[in-house]
Design a protein around this ligand. Structure first.
Ligand code: 13P
Length: 251
């Protein structure tokens, strides 16, 4: 059985005006044939940049994604974007269930699952995020929490080519703190078991990303952990040098 091809995805969150596209172009320039064969790269910019970035991405080998979508295809939902709109703007994936959306917008596992299905409906890969809070980790509840989020957020019908799971401990996001390699291994093994129990070989081949304070300096160690098939990167994905430095863990 071959390991899935790793994916390093950047989540720009609510960062980036038009001039930030020069960083994206620099990423494309640094993503040579050798790196392209070793690792997939993706940037999920704010929706305002998605179309322009997607046009600029043509020929670079880097794909683009949205950061969220509404579960419906269209309708009276002021301010929301459908998965079809993201696809129309050039996205090939959508992040769903990021902890910032779960916290800021009260998204439940059921909502996240519906959004993942909406992504599939539009032909997008769903990047489903899960992660425990610091309090849950301190209580020894991490594996239970992750297990229930995966069970509730990943829809039936998930396959290796339409779904990516991202483990992002809430307390590691934007803090400069990361779990130990042993702790990451434990959680990723737990997710892998749940995915293979439910989806068989598809679950074995599904990519499981680690996210939370991934930087060029720690990427090699984190990406070497068993069942870590890449990274979901926030702050360090805004600069080409940092993002390529993380991708170089696979170079
Ligand atoms: P940081 O890499 O900034 O910690 O953010 C991680 C994240 O939330 C990516 O989705």
């Amino acid at each position: 059985m071959t390991a899935p091809k790793p994916l390093v995805a950047g989540n720009w969150k609510m960062n980036g005006l038009k001039e930030a596209l020069s960083e994206f172009q620099a990423m494309g320039k640094g993503y040579g044939a050798e790196l392209q064969s070793a690792v997939d790269l993706m940037i999920c910019p704010p929706a305002t940049l998605l179309y322009t970035m997607s046009v600029s991405a043509v020929g670079s080998g880097i794909t683009t994604g949205g950061q969220d979508c509404h579960q419906n295809a269209s309708g009276a939902h002021t301010g929301d974007l459908s998965a079809e709109m993201l696809s129309d703007a050039g996205a090939s994936a959508v992040i769903v269930g990021h902890s910032e959306r779960r916290a800021d917008h009260g998204e439940s596992d059921g909502t996240v699952k519906a959004k993942a299905e909406a992504g599939w409906r539009a032909g997008l890969i769903a990047i489903v995020c899960v992660g425990e809070t610091e309090a849950e980790r301190d209580q020894g509840a991490t594996l239970d929490r992750i297990g229930s989020q995966v069970a509730g957020s990943v829809p039936d019908g998930a396959r290796a080519d339409n779904t990516v799971v991202a483990y992002e401990p809430v307390w590691a996001i934007g803090t400069g703190r990361t779990p130990s390699a042993v702790d990451v291994a434990e959680v990723h093994a737990h997710i892998r078991k749940e995915l293979t129990d439910r989806f068989g070989e598809e679950g074995a081949q599904m990519r499981i990303l680690y996210g939370g304070s991934v930087k060029p300096g720690n990427a090699k160690e984190l990406m070497a952990v068993e069942n870590v098939d890449g990274a979901l990167v926030g702050g360090a994905s805004l600069k080409a040098a940092d993002f390529l430095g993380i991708a170089a863990a696979y170079g």
